[in-house]
Design a protein around this ligand. Sequence first.
Ligand code: SF4
Length: 702
Amino acid sequence: GLEQADKTVDSVCPYCGVGCLLTYHVKDNKILYVTGRDGPANHGRLCVKGRYGFDYVHHRQRLTKPLIRKPGVPKSADFVVDPEHWQEVFREATWEEALDLAAGKLRQIRDTHGKHALAGFGSAKGSNEEAYLFQKLVRTGFGSNNVDHCTRLCHASSVAALLEGIGSGAVSNQVSDVMKAEVVLVIGANPTVNHPVAATWIKNAAKRGVKLIVADPRRTELARYATYFLQFKPDTDVALLNAMMYTIVEEGLVNEDFIRQRTEGFEALKENVKGYSPEKMAPICGIPAETIREVARLYAKSKGSMILWGMGISQHVHGTDNARCLIALALMTGQVGRPGTGLHPLRGQNNVQGASDSGLIPMVFPDYQRVDDPQARARFEKLWGTSLDPKPGLTVVEIMNAILDGQIKGMYIMGENPAMSDPDLRHAREALAKLDWLVVQDIFLTETAYLADVVLPASAWPEKTGTVTNTDRMVQLGRRALDLPGDARQDLWIIQEMARRLGLDWHYEGPESGVQAVFEEMRKAMPSIAGITWERLERESSVTYPCEKEGDPGQPVVFTERFPTKTGRGRFVPADLVPAAERPDDEYPWVLITGRQLEHWHTGAMTRRASVLDAIEPEPVASLHPLDLDVLGVKPGEVITVETRRGRISLFTRAEESTPRGAVFIPFCFYEAAANLLTNPALDPYGKIPEFKYCAAKVLRG
Ligand code: SF4
């Protein structure tokens, strides 16, 4: 039987963007087990990560003391991380010494080389309050807008297209709306693996008669529930979507009233899709013309059609174009602004929505107020009592390049692991190693922390109180259940101590390291959450924004009357075919697709230290179609080497019929075979997102 807990604490899952509410059952400062709560996104359900993924918190490799790099220990991109022998690289220090050194050196770089010589990465795994304070530190303490986070690697292109097209990067409708839809299109997303509880709602809807269209180069598990499954060729999203729009125009299925009243730019789009008949696009995308037509009719004619998408859409050099097509599809058919319709980019991290809202983005302040808009800047200058840089900052991959160019010399990284998550890791690791000064704040000695000058031991999610915002725009309260191990500290406290040493006079006092004081300031900075009180969060645990005035119920469906653009109208933006930056050729004939596994979260820092999850997926694997394994003469479980122009890794094979022929799928969580050593850093020109979903590779036996 289960051991008896001595307390229970209600909180939120720290893994994916679904935002399941849960309860920790705690005894002697240990989480014994976790149960699902009746939250609006999960109704008591949890997936394997939320149920069994928590003992990383108690892992013996938790950082419990500030660490300072020993003099003379070189930084090299070829490091082998060995958290068990950290003493060879670092020595322990007091907080006073570590903070003075960490911030003092950053300050010195700022004063010698100017404000653009520093940059910061915040985290989509921390709270909104931490994200907000971190970006404020960079903007007011470093003095530039060089602050970004992993949204750049995730939905930056979707957000670019959404801001341009409909004026808001957040979802229009919540996942649960699939129940109210007649047709649901899931494209470039594998929710069974990446948003498992959301996937159960989609499956339920399909079982109740909602027509499900799944479009993906991989035959995902959700395809089993689909009325139409379109296994289109990798990299041909725009061909497929333009052909659907061609059909809708040609067959007179557009919503004339909606187009006239609520949009602009339709003529240009209509003109553009003329070149994309289903007959012409069928051989390109691999879907028969008649199927494209049937699906287009189904989507356009239904009373309510909803689109959900994931990284399969966003992580391409044409990611913004892909998303533009989805927006155009919804606008031309009027499938947005009502329950059971709309646009839902499924957010990956538990708080990537909130971290973006809170301003961990180089071109915008909190709530997407542009740094180069003088009025927005004036508002923040008043609120923060300081002058602000009008120049948009650099993005994740641009920062890495700026380090190698010698422009950026110092960085502060909180809770992110670019030495595993960035494309072309060798290049990213070389950049991190080249920094004159790197401060990393984290809970483990990650691959990134290994390259740091100072490592600051931080708090794990169950050790702190704060809000996170899920994919549905629900601001949810996470509560502290555990004491911190050793000398580890609250992230909010650490950020504040760093800020003070950079010359900022910060006093976020109050309960829980000032989290409420920070939240109150955020309400002043961010109209979208101005109406959410801390008391209400404590009472209800979850409040949907926009919630501009106290007592607002919050809006689950937005854009009902107008879009938050300057004109109030949605804008069509035509897209043409842009090939992947690197296509297969004779030397590198395979296509490499990267992604995630159900059990492991992103770079694996947490889940590979969660005993149950690690036991299920202990080793790096590459999935190939069984017939491709036959061609290679390799059996499932045997080792292959996958090589691209940027690197090579060896790992075990798995036969999966879901993988398209000619492709190899590798999750990016395995340090010992890091998929991102192989990926292409080519960027989408608008969202600046790298092309994680497509590059040329060779596959060798053994
Ligand atoms: Fe956590 Fe996402 Fe699983 Fe819910 S679906 S338990 S939020 S990982």
